[in-house]
Design a protein around this ligand. Sequence first.
Ligand code: WT7
Length: 659
Amino acid sequence: MSTEIESVLIENRVFPPFPNLVKGAAISGMDAYQTMCEDARKNPDAFWEKLAREHLVWDKPFTQIVDDGKAPFYRWFGDGELNVSANCLDKHLGTPTANKTAIIFEADDGKVTQITYKELHARVCQFANGIKALGYKAGERAIIYMPMSIEAVVAMQACARLGIIHSVVFGGFSSKSLHERTVDVGATLVITADEQMRGGRSIPLKSAVDESLEMGGCEGVRHVIVYRRTGGQVQWRDGRDLWMHDVCGNQADTCEPEQLNAEHPLFILYTSGSTGKPKGVQHACAGFLLWALLTVKWTFDAKDSDVFWCTADVGWVTGHTYVTYGPLAAGLTQVVFEGVPTYPDVGRFWDMIQRHKVSIFYTAPTAIRSLTKAAEATPERHPREYDLTSLRIIGSVGEPINPEAWMWYYTNVGGERCPVLDTWWQTETGAHMITPLPGVTPLKPGSCTLPLPGIEAAIVDEAGDEVERGKGGFLVMKRPWPGMIRTIWGDPDRFKKSYFPPELKGYYLAGDGAQRDSDGYFWIMGRIDDVLNVSGHRLGTMEVESALVAHDLVAEAAVVGRPDATTGEAIVAFVVLNRNLPDDSEAETIAKTLRDWVGKEIGPIAKPKDIRFGENLPKTRSGKIMRRLLRVVAKGEPVTQDTSTLENPAILDQLSKAR
Ligand code: WT7
């Protein structure tokens, strides 16, 4: 583990909670929050038991709370049984929520479709019946590779209803990435669309599925179900390929939910780690659902009258927790958006908030930063030109939000009336962990503030001992929580090694460096491993390196992150070619070739922003690449560190040339 944790500038501005939001909040006032935290600390079992009984509908009530017999493979409510889809849909039938709008779907071209809870329930049941009729059973795995749509939510919910474990792959990932995941989960079913629409352009999805299945190793896939989104041309394999509307066909609109064990896997979602292959993060039905629902209620303080909008794609965990599961379990009306924030113009988000009267808005710092720039360049699309008074809470997720972006968001989007909730969490944590609460927490721009009740976050050193306030260290969770990752699919050893290293006393290691200020507030300082965060998307440097060296021209590659004003971090690749050093014009062409190659291998989000060529890489005499130096070079800063241990110090000059 690296101890090189850079310190950040700590902000002094403090924004107390708004009195109108404190009153009537799910957790109202600092005293109430502290009492809950204290209760959870004194008797965690009683704390979680009460919540799980009150907030979930059980088919068979549990008697066990947390089973740590095989820690860190914790089991929660392990002898209980329920169904997640029934908790998101059936629960509302026979209540006034049944006729409430569940989803306001806005397509890329602006077309709006609304669906009530009752209708959504019927759609999910029909699709589940159709999948069942094809012979699929609980425990099988389905890949979902779909655009943002009501159909994507229906597909995920239908899987949950049948106990089919879904693994959603972001539509921006390449056929190669799709293939890797299809093989790793051992999928028997793929659900996709003909094409997706983004910013007025259609992008094929079905053809990527076809390509991935041709790569071999996916012979277990019996069917590919295709949602017709655009009507674009697709290749068809009879017997294997089926239209979603035909699968639903004449199916009944009720479908008995499978009664599943609390620990039955709900989904597997791949995310990057510090070594090559992405990790299949496995979540369990009951614990995940409980944590998703509680955080919707606590963090967003969601009320029946709210219109909720989380802009994340269902390809990321944020879309799982705060699109498909949390808001539905809470019976909210939510906006689901197919398109991009800049189409048809940079006012799209603000226009949508105005038209749909969104009251809770949740997006990523990278979007805020790019929209800040756009709004300044196009004043007529500035958020102040729109009526955003419906907003009462605005949130941020995915990466640190710098104080400037925080202030812009607070002032221009929130109108200085809405708290900015900087929510820290991860694919592995299932839902929010450290976040302000609207009715509780004084805000400091740039800090994710305090842990939720029940979450024992701390900053420790290499020995697992807590460091003093103001000192940097590793962010850990000292106790398990229901929404936590259960294992890495197919690789329990990697799960233990990555998250529960023996020297840390059994604590969950998040992989982030952080520090606490004198008020106990948490300040996240970035990853401690070789994981990059580009526009809120996690990417392993090793993944990008393996993609690069897979190209014929490349002998060796090292990838580092460089701070970027818009995307948070940008990828810089240092490449040694299998040929002599290219001249300037050749370098340009090769850089483009390699960039496109990485886009094909992983997906466009992984394309290096900057590629540098050298005859070699800076290595120690034992052959270890000195990434620390490459990070300095990538920033364009002079190397002041001692380079005497380098095999070839002169190489640094060569690599300083940006392309
Ligand atoms: C990593 C997790 C959380 C869902 C989306 C990303 C970084 C996330 C924050 C925040 C500072 C943050 C961390 C974390 N991160 N939220 N509010 N402040 N950093 O999930 O892809 O699993 O990435 O994103 O580095 O470890 P993910």
